[in-house]
Ligand binder design. Sequence first.
Ligand SMILES: Cc1cc2nc3c(=O)[nH]c(=O)nc-3n(C[C@H](O)[C@H](O)[C@H](O)COP(=O)(O)OP(=O)(O)OC[C@H]3O[C@@H](n4cnc5c(N)ncnc54)[C@H](O)[C@@H]3O)c2cc1C
Ligand code: SF4
Ligand code: SF4
Ligand code: SF4
Length: 758
Amino acid sequence: MNVGIMTWFQYHNYGTALQVVALSRKINDFGHNACVVNYTTNASPIIKNNESLANRVVRKSFQRLKNHLNYEYHENRRELRFDQFYDYYLEFTDKCETLGDFELLNGSLDAFVCGSDQIWSPPNFNPRYFLDFVYDENRMIAYAPSVGILDVENENIRSRISENISRFKYISTREKAGSDLLSKLTGQTIETVLDPTLLLTQNEWHAYESDYDTGNKPYLLAYMLGKREEYWKIIKEIADNLELELYIIPFREKDIKRKGCIKNPIGPGDFLKLLCNADYICTDSFHGTVFSINYNKPFTVFERFKRNDNLNQNSRIYNILGMLELEEHLYQNRKDNYRITIDYSEANNKLESARSHSLSFLGKSLASVQNYSEQAHLPRNLFFNNKLCCGCGACKVSCPTGAIQIALDADGFYVASVDHEKCISCGKCSMVCPYLNIGDIPKIEEGNLFSYKDREDAVLMRSSSGGAAFKMATTLLDKGYSVVGCAYNKNEHFAEHIIVTPDTKDKLKLLQGSKYMQSKFYDCMKLIGNSNEPIVVFGTPCQIAGVKNIIGKRNDVFLVDLVCHGVPTYGSYKKYLQYLSISKGLEIGNDFETIFRFKPSGWRRRYIYNGNSEKYIIQHQSKDPYFLMFEHGFCYSKGCYECPWRNKSASDIRLGDYWGDKFAYDITGVSMVCAFTEKGRHFISQIEGMVVENIRDYTMCQQMSNFPRPVFWEELVYELNSGFRDIEDILKEYVIPYEKRRKLGKMYSNVVKMLHRK
Ligand SMILES: Cc1cc2nc3c(=O)[nH]c(=O)nc-3n(C[C@H](O)[C@H](O)[C@H](O)COP(=O)(O)OP(=O)(O)OC[C@H]3O[C@@H](n4cnc5c(N)ncnc54)[C@H](O)[C@@H]3O)c2cc1C
Ligand code: SF4
Ligand code: SF4
Ligand code: SF4
């Protein structure tokens, strides 16, 4: 079986590196083929935060100062040694960034194991480490992920963790405290198993040691990760009392200056060698403790965190020492413990029995998945497992049995659903879905950049930026093309794609201007799929990628996508209309319209217009509830947090606003135009007024990577789509605390800019 391991490996930290190598080794020993999912991220979860601004400023400044005094040691040569170690001992999947990349693994891997390390630590909550991308729950195993702390304070994180772990059929954690906590949350029984590094015996680890020369003198090895300066004096005293040389593996920049610090770059194999040859070990690291025990070394372990620290992670050390009855070797339990000789025979027996229990859990879970896979013969890449959907309709157009419907769901997004009675499992839908078929499309850096500003004020006033879309559409209409683009439906108050032909040219102005909401697209997808006429399609990158999968290569079709921040739930727009009606007295009738970028009032300073010719209001973005909701991006479609098109495009041409310093003083708007194909480049170069620019402007001023989906997304989207609270009230709870911080951050960076100019 091909088994994917989902864990941390990106930190150049010995314990992290050795736990993944150990788990991979044991999975291979069971006769499978282990492969580490190639995923690295530094994103922190977005949680509701009602901390006062003053508190936050003080806390952050204090934290920064502390980090500055204690920053971690990084050295390229050392990091290279880690990479070499991984290259030698591990196999990796292709790089995974978005959920779509992960979902493809459902087709190539048979089982998925998440663990170990603190991948389930609530402050780092990330659903990917709970295997949220795996379609089939019967293939999921949790081997020794660690929760790290004793309670989950944040209620949203608590709910997300419960939902995610209730999917696991085979579940274990690394610490008893973690198992108890998760059992309490879910009512499930959860096994406690050993950290993978303890699954290998001392002899097995020898094979991974390098030939690092540790010298001839007996030595005490210190491996300390914490910031507690007082321990260094004690370590020095222990070394002196035992008449040992002091060797220090540096973890913080400060360590480099300490006497005894090893300045050569130490890789994981060298780390093992240094531990194996040490005469005494002092550590505050969990893995430092684990290897001291596994190598049967005399050692002292220090508490890294103060006991009154709410987020203290000491429990994993208490756990392993308690299990093997080695508590005396915790400095806090016995200060002179370096004088005790350890008789390891009892601890080794206990370790051996825990090892066979843990291996049995892992082996049995893998065997069950294998049995299941052999019997189930499930087609793995079926569309209805897909978690991301932009409602483009490509699947609906391809389905031979009419099994697919697209409609607004309870979260307020257009998404596809399948009638399983009608589905014949042909898989055609999954072959055209843009999230599952990204293909080899150009990266932004490969595009050619232009700026464009229309000469006519009337065009500029109706367009979001410089009117490039309108110019391109009129040029092509004149050549006999039809134009597909997004209009605001004044009767029912939503955005939809419509078609404008050379005969209905006057409708083109309906397409001008961005409608910052998800457009109903799928009716046009059918038209586009069936048409043999020349056509230009404007849409968000996901919609355009879906169109491309339907039409393939056609010279008489132009695809134009937009730089896209994301689309919010329709619930937010519905609540906004209620607010406009109740608080602002506007009538939401058949002639009512929202203009999301009201240009007569400004371009960079954005204004939103609502109303009709008789009564309307124009609000600045900072006062407008819908814009605040849109801009912060907390209630976007799930696909927007996994968007594969921020740094690439399936289109011929992409349009956006020309932000950045270049047009800082422009007040009517400039379009950013980026051509990716020969056809696109040729067309753009024929348009009068297009000015060649450097592609760096795009990467400097547009959002190039995804932001994480907030942990409170479910709650926020539910509130926006249910009848109870109004939009202002919801904003106060979820968005305003961030808005205040953002403003403060902006003021701060403006001051810094001004000081730089002086
Ligand atoms: C949801 C959304 C988010 C965006 N986020 C950013 C951003 O973060 N940064 C940035 O630089 N630009 C963003 N844009 C693009 C930007 O607002 C302008 O569309 C772009 O600058 C082109 O302006 P223009 O003056 O050339 O054309 P415009 O006349 O403003 O319109 C361009 C085209 O957009 C299409 N369109 C309008 N609304 C939608 C919609 N809801 N769905 C699909 N197509 C639509 C229309 O069919 C029209 O043809 C976003 C657009 C949308 C719709
Ligand atoms: S698998 Fe085939 S029949 Fe089933 S929904 Fe997809 S396209 Fe339709
Ligand atoms: S993104 Fe498009 S093709 Fe994929 S499931 Fe949704 S509607 Fe179907
Ligand atoms: S952010 Fe990405 S997924 Fe979301 S609407 Fe835009 S292109 Fe589609």
